[in-house]
Design a protein around this ligand. Structure first.
Ligand SMILES: [Zn+2]
Ligand SMILES: [Zn+2]
Length: 106
């Protein structure tokens, strides 16, 4: 089995710079167990996901600007450090390439 060191989830294509696992992000892992289009699937799909580590859960997520984090010190710190102001528009999905540059990951 090839280890994939990329923070990018091969399924949803989002990158989570702080996640500690390879392969699918947590959301995609959860989605994998459910059929597309079912209530369970949609429920998971709607759960906020930490933009830094990929953790996803229904409650207790912290919103910073437009972005959710799991609230762990590291994730919150990194998100704030990276200059997401109150407007928080940096972290829409299409801005992840900018994020990756900041982290020096290519
Ligand atoms: Zn994913
Ligand atoms: Zn996190």
């Amino acid at each position: 089995m090839a280890e994939n060191p990329s923070p990018e989830c091969p399924d949803c294509g989002n990158s989570f710079p702080l996640r500690t696992t390879n392969g699918l992000c947590q959301k995609c892992c959860k989605l994998k167990d459910h059929k597309h289009g079912t209530a369970d699937y949609e429920d998971i799909e709607e759960q906020p996901q930490c933009v830094m580590c990929g953790l996803t859960r229904r409650n207790n997520m912290h919103k910073i600007g437009q972005s959710y984090t799991c609230g762990s010190e590291t994730c919150v710190h990194e998100l704030k450090e990276d200059g997401v102001g109150p407007q928080g528009e940096l972290y829409s999905h299409c801005s992840f390439s900018a994020l990756m540059l900041n982290f020096g990951i290519r």
